[in-house]
Design a protein around this ligand. Structure first.
Ligand code: NAP
Length: 452
């Protein structure tokens, strides 16, 4: 049977665009449909604008520090609309680059919503249909709101970049990556930020000691954390939002941000009717090669709900392309994926947490916390944390956790060593770079704890 395309991709985010480009560059006929802006969550309303906001929010501290280094500096005030307009132009530039690169590779882009009519047919919003030998669903996810009265008065992370002005007070519900990163950003920009955390600690899933360290630093920097607390009542009162928490705390804020997780974008794609299966959380179920229960339909990225990180979606796209178009069945390798939360200070991790290692095998924990040279000179009290978990039996590094400035930059290279199977002895025989923070990773001598 003749198809219009070899591959039709639905979703123009990091994963979808990579799969489309690779396949088109390999000489196949490829189309992609995107209903919103090319670049998807990461580029348009996630990682990229978030990281630029992190940079913006770090200047007051840098200026304060500059004074301690002898500079006659003053912080002035932050112009949200000037930043917003610069951010808008940058995102438009990146969107253009995504679109241009895909088109240059030979991908035909349809800027409209698409749904599946049958296992080989995509129906576009304008009513036209396109057939394809393979269809790839890369529609990503979206932030969720809770189902409670008053929830509509809150915003979600997608809305943050378009806020007409900076709020004076902000309440963030949820303490995962998104909640914690934006709490630090807005705190840095001078907003009075509090957080409702339904459990005892922020950043579930990260090493307990590391997330405790971040929570302490966030509080020292001025973020108010209400642990064991969820909203029980919300009302709009004039131009404020009144929120009551399960701990009895009440507050009137200018902005309420829901950061309670994301859900896969699968609504209205017509997948159920074709026999595609879903997990309990609504993610598309795929096998190790990204194939759904319908053989011509594949899926990757946040919509399969495995590891919701841009670089993972990109690698899933490469594996998909190898498997389907290069006759080289390739499984995505989910082992030892490093990640970072761009909180202030940053938290970056690779491998097992101390709690996971304790369950897995006897291990040694190495850790050091100290005031780094740059901020100590300026009178800063904040400590950085370096932590390594090592197998007692094999000496292999099982986990690494860093809290401090540039933690994300440092973990990238620790992750390379870990991926190569580095042992503690390999780190020990590596010469330190001095003076640096990272040298602590190769100079930790004695374990602080032994996990039996
Ligand atoms: P998340 O990491 O799953 O965190 C959700 C938070 O909301 C948790 O603290 C959770 O508490 C809480 N929560 C969930 N339901 C709630 C409810 N009904 N009421 C009150 N609190 C509730 O989600 P996210 O922060 O929205 O991020 C989504 C995904 O995006 C992440 O998993 C991550 O993969 C990705 N992401 C990555 C980065 C990065 O790499 N830097 C940045 C942003 C996003 P519990 O802990 O009690 O469950």
């Amino acid at each position: 049977m003749d198809f219009d395309y070899d591959l039709f991709v639905i979703g123009g985010g990091s994963g979808g665009v990579r799969a489309a480009r690779l396949t088109a560059m390999g000489g196949q006929k490829v189309a992609l449909a995107e209903e919103s802006r090319m670049g998807g969550t990461c580029v348009i309303r996630g990682c990229v604008p978030k990281k630029l906001m992190v940079y913006a929010s770090e200047y007051p501290e840098a200026i304060e520090m500059a004074k301690q280094y002898g500079w006659d500096a003053s912080s002035g005030s932050f112009d949200w609309s000037a930043f917003q307009s610069h951010l808008g132009s940058e995102l438009t530039r990146l969107e253009g680059a995504y679109e241009g690169n895909a088109e240059k590779a030979g991908v035909t882009i349809y800027k409209q919503r698409a749904r599946l009519a049958d296992p080989h047919t995509v129906e576009l919003a304008d009513g036209t249909t396109k057939t394809a030998k393979h269809i790839l669903i890369a529609t990503g996810g979206r932030p969720v709101r809770p189902d409670m009265p008053g929830a509509e008065h809150g915003i979600v992370s997608d809305d943050l970049f378009d806020m007409p002005k900076l709020p004076g007070r902000m309440l963030i519900v949820g303490a995962g990556y998104i909640g914690c990163e934006f709490a630090c950003i807005f705190n840095g920009l001078g907003v009075d930020v509090s957080m409702y955390i339904r459990k005892a600690q922020i950043l579930r899933g990260f090493d307990d000691e590391a997330r405790g360290h971040v929570a302490d630093c966030m509080q020292q920097r001025g973020v108010t954390l209400h642990t064991g607390c969820a909203p029980t009542a919300i009302e709009k009162r004039g131009d404020k939002i009144w929120v009551k928490g399960s701990n009895g705390h009440e507050e009137e804020v200018d902005t309420l941000l829901w950061a309670i997780g994301r859900k896969p974008n699968t609504d209205g794609l017509g997948l159920e009717d074709l026999g595609v299966k879903f997990s309990r959380g609504g993610a598309i179920e795929v096998d190790e090669y990204g194939q759904t229960a319908v053989p011509s339909i594949y899926a990757l990225g946040d919509v399969i709900g495995r590891v919701e990180l841009t670089p993972v979606a990109i690698r899933e796209a490469v594996a998909f392309h190898e498997t389907v178009f290069k006759g080289n069945p390739t499984k995505m390798d989910y082992d030892l994926i490093p990640s970072a939360t761009f909180t202030q200070p940053e938290l970056a991790s690779c491998g097992l947490t101390e709690e996971q290692a304790e369950e897995q095998e006897p291990s040694l924990v190495y850790a050091t916390a100290f005031r780094p040279m740059q901020t100590a000179f300026a009178g800063g009290a904040e400590r950085v944390l370096f932590k390594m978990i090592v197998s007692k039996e094999t000496d292999k590094v099982l986990g690494a956790h860093i809290v401090g400035p540039s933690a994300a930059e440092m973990i990238q290279f620790v992750a390379v060593a870990m991926k190569m199977g580095a042992t503690k002895a390999d780190f020990d025989r590596t010469c330190a770079v001095h003076p640096s923070m990272a040298e602590e990773m190769v100079t930790m001598k004695d374990p602080v704890r032994v996990l039996a």
